[in-house]
Design a binder for this molecule. Structure first.
Ligand code: TEU
Ligand code: CA
Length: 529
C-alpha cells in the first residue's frame, strides 16, 4: 500500500494566494479567485495544490504572520469560501495542501497581545521567547533575523525599565514561539485537527527546522569580522553553510513534534500528508525529517542552489537520492517558489533562460518522487524588477535591498494589458505587472504548441504514463561532461547543459524541451522511451 500513497508521485502546484487570481477586483488574489481557476489546474495536469497561508493576518509577511490559525483573512475570503474550494478541488480530483506556520505567530495573535499586556515573568510571556534587557544595554544574544538586523525587538509595553526583548528570527511582526511550553504543542495539534476535519489532504510546514532553539539561547559563534551571518542564508557570506554554528535551527527536540503530528495525521483516512520546509546543513540532517514516523516528505532545495552546470545537477540528483534512500523516503524536486528568483531568470533570462528552464523542468519531471511547481512557471514567467516604491517584502523593508517581490507579481490570465484578467475589471493588482506580458497570458499560450504552457501540459501528460510504474531506481549514464543523463525504468532522460550538440542514445522521443533532430542541442532536454 505504501507505494500507492498519492503524494509519493504527485505534481503539486503552489498557489501564492495574493498573486494567483482575484475574485472580487480589489487587486489582491483571493480564495474565490483560486476556486474559479481550479479547472485550469486540472487541465494543466497537476495532482495537488499547495496554498500559501490564507489565515487571518496583518500581512506583514503576506500571511506567514498568522493572527488566527483557524480563520481566513477577510482579504482572501471566508471559511465558507475555503470549504467551497476544498469541495470543488476534490470534485476535480485535486488534493489540497495548506500551509502551517508553527515557528512564529503574528504579533497580532491573541497570545502575543496577551503576553505584552501581562508583563515580565507571566505565564503569557512564557509562550514566546521574552528575555530581560541586559544591564549593559546590549541585546539578549547576537542572533540575526533572516530578514536582516538583530533578531530581538524591545517590547513596547509601557512599563519602562523592565521592558523585555522578544526573539524573532524573521520580521519583528513574527515573534518566535516557545516550543518548550507544552501549551504551544497542544495548540498546533488542535489547528491540525481543525483543518483535517475540514478535509485538507496535507500541510506544508513552514520553517520546519525552527521551533526549538538550543536551551539557554547562547550566542552564535561567528567568524572574525562577520556580524551579519543569518544562519540559514550563509550562501550570501564567505562561510560554508555546513560550518555555520546554528543554535537557533535544527534542534533534536523538533523531531518529537513531528512524530506527534504523524500520529495525528495517521488517524485520518485518505493518506493525509505533511511536507517540511526545512533548511538543514546536510542531506543527512534533512533525511531525519522524513524518517518513517515523521514527515511524509521534505522539500529538496538543492536545485535552487545549483548553477547551470551538468556536474552541479548530477550532484543534486545523486545526493538527493542517496540521502532520501537512507530512510526509505520519497524524493521531492523544486525549481521555483515564492522565496526565490524565478528559474527562467536564474538560468540567464530571455530565450536562453526559458530554454534552460524548460530543460530543467523536463529533467525534474523524469525523476522518481514528487515535483513542486510554482504558479506562473508553466507560463514561463520571468522574475520582475519591481520598483522600490512598490516592494512589500519585509526582507526588502528591513534591509533596503533585494526582496522577493519579483517572483510574486500577479499571474497574467488573459487580455493584452495589465491586469491581464487577474481580476474582474481594469483595477490594477497589488504589484504592477510588466507591459510586455501579453504573450505570456494563459489565454495567449493555450492552444499554441510552441508555448511554455502547452509544453507543461504535454510533459505532465506523458509523465502520468510512467510516474507510478517506472519505479524509484535511477541509473546515471555517462554521455559527456556537459550532459546529465539517467535511465529510470523505461524512460531515458538526457539534458545537455553545454553548447555543442550531443549524440542521443537509441530510443523514440517521448518529449523534448526544444527542437531535436538526431542530436540533442545545447540547453535542451529530451525523454526517450
Ligand atoms: O521561509 C523560510 C526561510 O527562511 C527562507 O526561505 C527565507 O524566506 C529566505 O531565506 C529569505 O531570503 C518561509 C516562507 O517560505 C517565507 O515566505 C516566509 O517569509 C518565512 O518562512 C517566514 O515565515
Ligand atoms: Ca481580491
Amino acid at each position: 500500500a505504501q507505494q500507492q500513497e498519492w503524494w509519493r508521485h504527485a505534481v503539486t502546484y503552489q498557489v501564492y494566494p495574493r498573486s494567483f487570481a482575484d475574485g472580487n477586483g480589489d487587486g489582491i488574489g483571493d480564495i474565490p479567485g483560486i476556486t474559479s481557476r481550479l479547472p485550469y489546474l486540472r487541465d494543466l495536469g497537476v495532482d495537488a495544490i499547495w496554498i500559501s497561508p490564507f489565515y487571518t493576518s496583518p500581512q506583514h509577511d503576506h500571511g506567514y504572520d498568522v493572527a488566527d490559525y483557524c480563520d481566513i483573512d477577510p482579504l482572501f475570503g471566508t471559511l465558507a469560501d475555503a470549504d467551497a474550494l476544498l469541495e470543488r478541488a476534490h470534485e476535480l480530483g485535486l488534493k489540497v495542501i495548506v500551509d502551517l506556520v508553527p515557528n512564529h505567530t503574528s504579533s497580532e495573535h491573541e497570545w502575543f497581545q496577551a503576553a505584552v499586556a501581562a508583563g515580565p515573568g507571566s505565564h503569557e510571556r512564557d509562550r514566546y521567547l521574552f528575555r530581560d534587557a541586559p544591564a549593559d544595554g546590549s541585546l539578549p544574544n547576537n542572533w540575526m533575523s533572516v530578514f536582516g538586523g538583530p533578531a530581538w525587538t524591545r517590547v513596547e509595553d509601557g512599563t519602562g525599565d523592565d521592558a523585555q526583548y522578544y526573539l524573532h528570527l524573521f520580521d519583528s511582526s513574527q515573534p518566535d514561539l516557545n516550543w518548550r511550553n507544552p501549551e504551544v504543542g497542544d495548540m498546533f495539534v488542535d489547528v491540525l485537527r481543525f483543518w483535517l476535519d475540514r478535509g485538507v489532504d496535507g500541510f506544508r510546514v513552514d520553517v520546519a527546522h525552527g521551533l526549538f532553539k538550543e536551551e539557554g539561547l547562547r550566542d552564535q559563534r561567528r567568524p572574525e569580522g562577520v556580524d551579519q551571518l543569518r544562519g540559514q542564508s550563509a550562501g550570501e557570506s564567505m562561510v560554508e553553510r555546513s560550518e555555520v554554528d546554528e543554535p537557533m535551527w535544527d534542534q533534536p527536540e523538533v523531531h518529537d513534534v513531528y512524530r506527534r503530528w504523524h500520529e495525528v495525521l495517521a488517524k485520518y483516512d485518505g493518506d493525509r500528508m505533511f511536507v517540511a520546509e526545512a533548511w538543514t546543513q546536510t542531506p543527512e540532517s534533512m533525511a531525519r525529517y522524513i524518517r518513517p514516523d515523521e514527515f511524509s516528505q521534505a522539500f529538496n532545495f538543492a536545485w535552487l542552489l545549483a548553477d547551470w552546470k551538468a556536474d552541479a545537477f548530477r550532484g543534486v540528483i545523486t545526493d538527493t537520492l542517496d540521502a532520501v534512500g537512507l530512510v526509505g523516503g520519497s524524493p521531492t524536486w523544486v525549481l521555483s517558489n515564492h522565496d526565490v528568483i524565478r528559474h527562467v531568470t536564474r538560468y540567464g533570462g530571455g530565450e536562453l533562460g526559458l530554454a534552460r528552464a524548460k530543460a530543467a523542468t523536463l529533467t525534474m519531471l523524469a525523476l522518481p518522487g514528487s515535483a513542486y511547481l510554482y504558479e506562473g512557471e508553466e507560463l514561463g514567467l520571468p522574475e520582475v524588477e519591481v520598483a522600490p516604491e512598490f516592494r512589500q517584502d519585509p526582507l526588502f523593508l528591513r534591509t533596503g535591498e533585494g526582496g522577493r517581490d519579483g517572483c510574486r507579481v500577479p499571474v497574467p490570465w488573459s487580455g493584452t494589458a495589465p491586469p491581464y484578467g487577474f481580476g474582474p475589471g481594469t483595477g490594477q493588482p497589488w504589484l504592477p505587472q510588466p507591459d510586455d506580458w501579453a504573450p505570456l497570458t494563459a489565454e495567449a499560450e493555450t492552444g499554441d504548441d510552441a508555448s511554455t504552457l502547452e509544453f507543461y501540459r504535454a510533459a505532465l501528460a506523458v509523465r502520468r504514463t510512467f510516474a507510478t510504474t517506472a519505479g524509484d531506481d535511477v541509473e546515471m549514464l555517462e554521455l559527456g561532461e556537459d550532459v546529465v543523463a539517467f535511465r529510470r525504468g523505461p524512460v531515458t532522460c538526457v539534458l545537455n547543459c553545454g553548447t555543442a550538440p550531443v549524440d542521443l542514445p537509441e530510443g523514440r522521443v517521448l518529449m523534448a524541451s526544444g527542437p531535436v533532430d538526431g542530436t540533442l542541442p545545447g540547453d535542451t532536454a529530451v525523454w526517450l522511451g
